[in-house]
Design a protein. Sequence first.
Length: 197
Amino acid sequence: MNKKKAIVALSLAFALLIAGTFVVQQVTGESPKPLDALGRILMGLIPLLLLLAKRIPFSVPLIVSYYLLLTAAFFLGAMLRLYDRLPWWDMALHFFGSAFTAFLAISLYRFFIPKEVEKDLTSWLLFLFVFSLAVAASALWESLEFLGTVMGALEGDSNKDTITDMLWGMAGAFAVSVYAVLRKRRNDEEARYREKG
C-alpha cells in the first residue's frame, strides 16, 4: 500500500473513530471533555505532516503501528476505560509506546546515515541513539501527563505510577535497542562475508 494513501486513510479513520465515540458519549450522558477529543484527533492528524516530505522515512507497518498505539491508548484505554478495568493496560502501553519510538529511531538512523558511513559506525552508537531517543520520548510523555494534571485536564497520578511508567518505557526502549544492535552486527557480518566471497 502507498505510504501517502495509508497516512490519509488512517488519519481520517482515527479522527472519525474519536469524533464518533465523543458523540456517542455525549448522547449517553457520559459528558466527555471536548478538549480531550480534540487533542486525540490532533494526535491522529500529526502523520499528515509527513505528506509534505519528499521521502517518508517510515514504513507502512510503522505508520499502522502508530495508529494501533493511539487506538489502544485513547480509544480502548481512555474511552472504553480499559485503564480502569485492566491494571496492566497502562504498563503495557508504556512498554510498547517506547518500543514503537525506538523503532522510529531506527528508521531515522537508517534514513539520515548513508550506508557507506553506517557500516563503519559501532553498534553501540546505534544502541545509544535508539535507547536515548525512546527514553527521552517516554520522559516527555510523562512530563506532558504531569502538565495535564497540573492544569486539571487529567486526574493526578502518584510518583509511584510515574516511575513505574518510566521503568516500563525504559524496558521497551532497551528491548528494541538490543534488537537493533544484534541486527546491525548480523548485517555487518553478512556484508563482510559477501566482500570476502
